[in-house]
Design a protein. Sequence first.
Length: 227
Amino acid sequence: MVQINLDHIYKRYQGNTDYSASDINLSINDGEFIVFVGPSGCGKSTTLRMIAGLEDITKGDFKMDGKVMNKVAPKDRDIAMVFQNYALYPHMSVFENMAFGLNIRKNDKADTKKRVEDAARILGLTDYLKRKPAALSGGQRQRVALGRAIVRDANLFLLDEPLSNLDAKLRVQMRTEIAQLHQRLGRNFIYVTHDQVEAMTMADRIVIMNEGRIQQVGTPAQLYNEP
Ligand code: ADP
Ligand code: ADP
């Protein structure tokens, strides 16, 4: 298990005068499902991308188990990320897409095969491992993107609006699947959405962001049900 600290983190993109994230301060407990919610442009993706190492942190520290991670390369962070647009490789099969993150880390071939097959079983993709992404439904593609993350067995999972390209019915179904996946893995999840219902149904704790800042943090009951 891992203790995660966002320690007064700021982000100002090159060429911008304003900060896109300001004083993001949050500790995440073991196995928590955290949801960042807020309107488009409030800094959710920026925050997630700093945690993943895809953007530099302008000021402040991101820590895992007390270790400052700011300068650690993304592939060395023990973090798996799922993107909104799936980011699948069109020329690779489902198997190859799911194995990609392990292959670039030179993981043992037999172990990779086992992990991909296990993930495929969990996600209902066993019969699709040889297909290309173009021959899958939207829900199946999203499952492949999830599969690529879970084969890594990372300590922290980052999900950036993973359901926003799916229709309403599938979105509800995938919400449940992601919640079950979280239960099963027992890892920390940080999930970004602009959908309040998604936040309420999935989160252990919700972080409400606005204009680059954390406005409120609490359980769904604390934030939405009380007078
Ligand atoms: P959200 O994920 O909540 O929609 P973002 O983190 O994507 O918000 O964006 C926060 C702010 O940072 C916005 O004003 C956006 O225009 C700006 N921004 C995001 N990415 C960049 C970038 N690469 N360069 C400059 N500004 C950016
Ligand atoms: P999201 O829906 O996550 O907010 P966007 O569609 O706003 O994403 O942005 C897509 C990509 O463009 C992201 O990688 C983001 O960092 C980048 N981006 C967003 N705003 C800007 C900006 N003002 N200048 C440059 N890049 C940006």
